[in-house]
Design a binder for this molecule. Structure first.
Ligand code: C2E
Ligand code: CA
Ligand code: CA
Length: 619
């Protein structure tokens, strides 16, 4: 518009001058009147010319204002503008650009832009410049720049090439936007998706990503790497007894110990509740793996202080090594997992390297699992009975029912070998129900056969006790078998009672109201406050056989047993000492005031037939 106006003014001026010339020529032969007219016309042109000059001035002012507006816009726009020559030297920059680089504009000119790009991102910048200038592409790249004060900014460069330089050389114009905030937000979101919220450790997803890359590297460089699968021993118990907060605190502490045990290049990942994976790379000698595994185990040897509780926690570790134990992620994980279960089976607090024989054992386990589910139907389970004796009178007062599996090929299998499996698979409910029914029927038979007032004790598993309808099932079995509840005792392991006192309280109370005796099994092995003893209607404590075993040689065990007996007396509870094997142990227990015992000294668990015979002989 401005240009148009200037053109108009010039045309007008030209026109006026031409007319003036024309009139001057005409003047040679004109009259006075003519001269007057001419003077008048000239005056008019003068005015017109002045007006035109005024208009020109105004247009120039407008142009100036517009130029300054543009300069303001250029300088104060929130975008940094740079013009770079084909070597990446800064030819021009606006104020925002200078601000973005954290340097005064005066010192920017002729400086290489790359001087502000952080070293890791230099290659991005070089490619960006090359593609813009040589291939004339419209490029967008993201990279980090370092300001003069050291602050790092994420910026986005958008460039186009141009060759409107006087010498025709190509240069690059770039708009540069600060995207630091956006990138930090993206980073935070990415971090959340890849890390465990509680411990801030890489989660399974990130571990898989890392493992995919490291596995590929190991494949190319023929390196070894190891996957450690960790599972805390008895974590569930801590969580259930001390609460989830304590459990969470413990997990965080565990992470600190793991971090102190591995090298900076190793990856620790929390992949489940109390499951961790450690990925060991850069293994120069296989012994490195062993050293680290042992270091991890050792790091648990000092107790954990959680909410004022001293907790002794251990861990079981399974280890698989690439390439021997697996060529891909799935195999490595599966085999580390199998090895971890073997470490657990060996009592925990240890590590196990995977070996192919373990796989065979897992297959065996699977077979056992399917065989166990058919064992009941095929009548392969039987109940043995172990007498419980009143020492004063040398009378059998009760029989503890203990299940046995008469395996068609393997012979008699003890419950320690299949009860945990049955608990895992849920098959325990059917077993416990069957044992309870069989024992109730048996004791009725014995009563009918003259074994007067004989009681029976039945073990109930934790899993069974947590199921709904357990009270209804026991009530139904008592009704179906017609046994007077007073002759029945149920044994519940101490740790199970403690695990969920709130849940157990109404169930145990109901059973006690029905007239059933409640015994706490393995008493003394679950470390906990004894507070629950006051809350629950418990009639009997069974002192665990580990205390009885060393009672004659260990002052501590003697003190514990003595204290339990004294406490039970005060609380009006019965005490049965389990696992009595020698006459010395019996005598010792007797002096401490224990009058009811069970153990090999009197009899091993025996068949119902044998039990009946034994009872009659001892009468
Ligand atoms: P428990 O309830 O503590 O049973 C006592 C265990 O100690 C029995 O092992 C018994 O044979 C053994 N024992 C008895 N006297 C002595 C002794 O003088 N010395 C030694 N060293 N051991 C002795 P068993 O029959 O192998 O049972 C092991 C565990 O399996 C039981 O421990 C119990 O927790 C579980 N169990 C057994 N039957 C059942 C059942 O029907 N249901 C459930 N849920 N668990 C059962
Ligand atoms: Ca028992
Ligand atoms: Ca026991």
């Amino acid at each position: 518009m401005m240009k148009k106006k200037l053109e108009d003014i010039n045309t007008l001026r030209k026109k006026a001058e031409e007319q003036l010339l024309h009139q001057t020529k005409k003047m040679q032969g004109i009259s006075m009147k003519g001269i007057k007219n001419l003077a008048h016309e000239l005056g008019t042109y003068q005015i017109e010319l002045e007006m035109q000059n005024e208009e020109l001035r105004r247009a120039q002012q407008e142009l100036e204002a517009s130029r300054s507006r543009y300069a303001d816009l250029y300088d104060f726009a929130p975008i940094g503008y740079f013009t770079l020559d084909n070597n990446g030297l800064i030819m021009e920059a606006n104020l925002s650009g200078a601000k973005l680089l954290g340097i005064d504009r005066r010192y920017l000119i002729n400086k290489p832009f790359s001087a502000f790009v952080i070293r890791d991102d230099l290659s991005i910048f070089r490619t960006h410049l090359l593609e813009t200038i040589e291939k004339k592409l419209r490029m967008t790249s993201e990279l980090r720049i370092k300001q003069k004060n050291g602050a790092i900014l994420f910026v986005q460069l958008q460039s186009i090439s141009s060759n409107d330089n006087e010498d025709g050389s190509i240069f690059c114009r770039t708009a540069t936007i600060d995207i630091t905030e956006r990138r930090h937000m993206e980073d935070a979101i990415r971090h959340q998706a890849n890390h465990d919220a509680l411990t801030n450790m890489p989660n399974r997803r990130l571990l898989m990503e890392i493992l995919t890359v490291t596995l590929e590297q190991a494949r190319r460089s023929q390196d070894k790497l190891a996957v450690l699968f960790l599972d805390l021993d008895r974590f569930k118990y801590i969580n259930d007894t001390l609460g989830h907060n304590a459990g969470d605190m413990l997990l965080k502490e565990v992470v600190l110990r793991l971090q102190n045990s591995v090298r900076a290049s190793d990856t620790i990942s929390r992949t489940g509740g109390d499951e961790f994976n450690i990925l060991l790379t850069k293994i120069s000698v296989p012994d490195d793996i062993l050293t680290i595994a042992q270091k991890v185990i050792n790091s648990f040897s000092k107790h954990f202080m959680i909410n004022g509780h001293e907790l002794d926690i251990t861990t079981s570790i399974g280890i698989s090594i690439y390439p021997e134990d697996g060529k891909n992620i799935e195999e490595l994980f599966k085999n580390a997992d199998i090895a971890m279960y073997h470490a657990k089976e060996h009592g925990g607090n240890s590590y196990q390297f995977y070996n192919p024989a373990m796989n065979i054992r897992s297959v065996e386990r699977l077979q056992l699992e399917s065989q166990l589910s058919r064992a009941l139907k095929r009548c392969e389970l039987t109940v043995y009975y172990q007498p419980q004796i009143t020492i004063d009178t040398q009378q059998i007062f009760s029989a503890e029912a203990l299940v046995r599996w008469q395996h068609p090929e393997k012979g008699v299998i003890d419950p320690v070998h299949f009860i945990p499996l049955a608990e895992e698979t849920g098959f325990i409910t059917a077993i416990d129900e069957w044992v309870l029914k069989t024992a109730c029927l048996q004791v009725n038979q014995w009563h009918n056969a003259g074994l007067k007032n004989l009681c029976v004790a039945v073990n109930l598993s934790a899993k069974e006790f947590q199921t709904k309808g357990i009270i209804e099932r026991i009530t139904r079995i008592l009704r179906e078998t017609g046994l007077n509840p007073e002759y029945l005792s149920v044994e519940i392991t101490e740790s199970i009672v403690m695990r969920n006192l709130e849940l157990m309280l109404p169930k145990i109370t109901k059973l006690a109201e029905m007239g059933i005796d409640i015994s706490i099994d393995d008493f003394g092995t679950g470390y906990s406050s004894l507070n629950y003893l006051k809350k629950l209607p418990i009639q009997t404590l069974k002192i665990d056989k580990t205390f009885v075993h060393d009672i004659t040689i260990s002052d501590e065990d003697e003190a514990i047993v003595g204290a339990v007996i004294a406490m039970a007396g005060k609380l009006k509870m019965k005490v049965i000492a389990e696992g009595v094997e020698t006459a010395e142990q019996m005598a010792h227990l007797k002096t401490l005031g224990c009058n009811k015992m069970q153990g090999y000294l009197f009899s091993k668990p025996i068949s119902a037939q044998e039990f009946g015979d034994l009872y009659r002989v001892s009468k």
